[in-house]
Design a protein around this ligand. Sequence first.
Ligand SMILES: [Zn+2]
Length: 262
Amino acid sequence: MLDVYLIGLGIAAIKMQDYASVFLGNGLIAFITMTVISLLILIHLNVEQLWQLFYPKKEQANDPHALTCQACHYTGPANSRGVCQRCHRPLHYREPYSLQKTWAALIAAMILLFPANLMPISVVYLNGQRMEDTIYSGVVSLIESGNWPIAIIVFIASILVPFIKILIMILLLCSIQRCSQTDPVLRMKLLKFVTWIGRWSMLDLFVIALMMTLINRDQLMSFTMGPAALFFGIAVILTILAVEWLDSRLIWDSYGKSKSTK
Ligand SMILES: [Zn+2]
């Protein structure tokens, strides 16, 4: 999530300019370089190759008891304790209670998004005066101050992404339960898309955390998080868990069932 944090740092610096002068230091250049290098490492890292190098295990896909590990993608029978031979994660034919757990996380996230959007997410004390901002009013104040690009980024990350994610997950769950004939490759692409966009919802929380540490002049000026930050944070974690808990193999099962009942 270093890339999200870096964008959050940029937004916090722009917001800070309302209250103080911000200059770039050498530390920021070092941090940007570190982020770019670690992103390049992550892009070029081949996890399959690493597993083969350090824990070489022959794939046994032809074995009738073979199971695929969701964590390291090893295919073969479980060991005597019923876990993956390579990464020791419990192996299941299909993850137990996958749909139930995903629905529970999604419904809880949907309920939490109401207080997250209606209550103040950040509180600023300026010369003893208390000023509150919700997620939406924060975006509006960014537009009013002329920071259009930042306003668009915050709007997409904090308002659009959580709702799009929940909507796509509900569509996927319904398609699995109704044995839909929709192209399973398309559904897998949608699942990968929600996995990718999910972490961008953390952007606003990073900005608030950075502002809290940077703006603190006691009674003169201070910045603190509002109650919505907690609800928003839990909702984001729940949507990430919902994506994690959905066993993607169920999409192929439902497609197989729709073909066989045809
Ligand atoms: Zn494994």
